[in-house]
Design a protein around this ligand. Sequence first.
Ligand code: AMP
Length: 115
Amino acid sequence: MQEETIFDKIIRREIPAEIIYESDDVLGFKDINPQAPVHVLFIPKKRIPTVNDMRDEDAERVGKLFLAARDYARQVGVDEDGYRLVMNCNEHGQQTVPHIHLHFLAGRQMLWPPG
Ligand code: AMP
């Protein structure tokens, strides 16, 4: 298992973050370097470094990231206009923090394909 990351410190409230969602399994907080008017990250409280490290028994835990995103979209009123959910993996995916996180991006027109 890899070393813990800055996200574990956010979970333990050792470093500040603007927390917008919390449940037993999931934490949601604003991205420090937002790429859209709304940019938050949903993370499992249990550290899973990358999607490659997911076990079958993590499926429900990871599914809860999407349910949190669904509820947050409704809460901030972007569910109808839409939003983008992204989970990066390793170098080519440009994952920089090895603790899986679901990016929630909204508030502007997204482009496809991504760069
Ligand atoms: P990724 O490149 O997919 O691994 O995304 C990592 C994200 O974490 C980036 O969008 C960063 O801006 C964000 N990030 C890094 N440190 C913090 C922090 N202390 N608080 C909030 N977001 C952070």
